[in-house]
Design a protein around this ligand. Structure first.
Ligand SMILES: [Zn+2]
Length: 49
């Protein structure tokens, strides 16, 4: 199952270590954005838990 990094839109796999990001770097960028702007994760993203 393919998905896209919610930060940079790069194609990723749901099994990926950093899902829903492509990398550790993107996960941190997104965290900082969230802290700054109260960024709300899209409901379109399907989390397993
Ligand atoms: Zn990314």
């Amino acid at each position: 199952m393919k998905s896209n990094c919610i930060n940079c839109q790069k194609e990723i796999d749901k099994q990926d270590k950093y899902f829903p990001f492509c990398s550790d770097k993107c996960s941190k960028v997104d965290l900082f954005r969230w802290l700054d702007n109260r960024y709300v994760i899209s409901k379109d993203i399907d989390f397993d838990n």
